[in-house]
Design a protein around this ligand. Structure first.
Ligand code: FMN
Length: 158
């Protein structure tokens, strides 16, 4: 049975890992997209993104209706925002009944917060089996090492 990688990425770091994992596992991949565009520049980006995490926003997704029935293994990827997972991933969890799956988590971060992010994701996804988790510090800055680390991790999940 094929695995599904579902992720959100704002600046491409999480996407870089998602693509590497998808290729290694020969898995399907869905990049979550919001209907409204987040501010992409400077301070506004952090302010708006941070606020949306703190207020528990669940932004509308363009592609949030995902049929998970055909997948036993789901790999969820997110950047760490304000020590948590991103609002589009929150929307996905709220919308899709993710139950009885094997779940692996990965996160991209700027220096910290991945443990907390994983703990919160696990709390939000009861009734599933967690088979792995891994964090990457700004992987696009170190593409070779990061992709090697992602390939190793993904190979173990197969
Ligand atoms: C709104 C916002 C909040 C963030 N909060 C954190 C944080 O709490 N801890 C951290 O290490 N990095 C934080 N970052 C940095 C991102 O996690 C990091 O740059 C990540 O690699 C971005 O992934 P992406 O390129 O897939 O969007 C934050 C970035 C944004 C935009």
């Amino acid at each position: 049975m094929r695995a599904l990688i579902v992720f959100f990425s704002f600046d491409g770091n999480t996407k870089f890992i998602a693509e590497t994992v998808a290729k290694t596992m020969n898995a399907d991949m869905i990049e979550l997209k919001t209907s409204k565009q987040y501010p992409t520049e400077g301070f506004r980006k952090y302010l708006w993104g941070g606020k949306s995490v703190i207020f528990g926003d669940e932004p509308k997704l363009i592609n949030g209706d995902i049929d998970l029935n055909g997948y036993e293994t789901i790999i969820i990827g997110t950047p760490v925002w304000a020590g948590s997972y991103t609002p589009p991933v929150k929307s996905l969890i709220a919308r899709s009944k993710i139950q009885g799956k094997r779940i692996a988590l990965f996160a991209s971060h700027g220096g910290g917060g991945a443990e907390k992010c994983f703990a919160k994701l696990k709390q939000a996804l009861p009734g599933n089996e967690f088979i792995g988790e891994i964090a990457f510090a700004e992987p696009k800055k170190n593409p070779e090492d990061s992709s090697e680390k992602a390939v190793r991790w993904a190979s173990e999940l197969k």
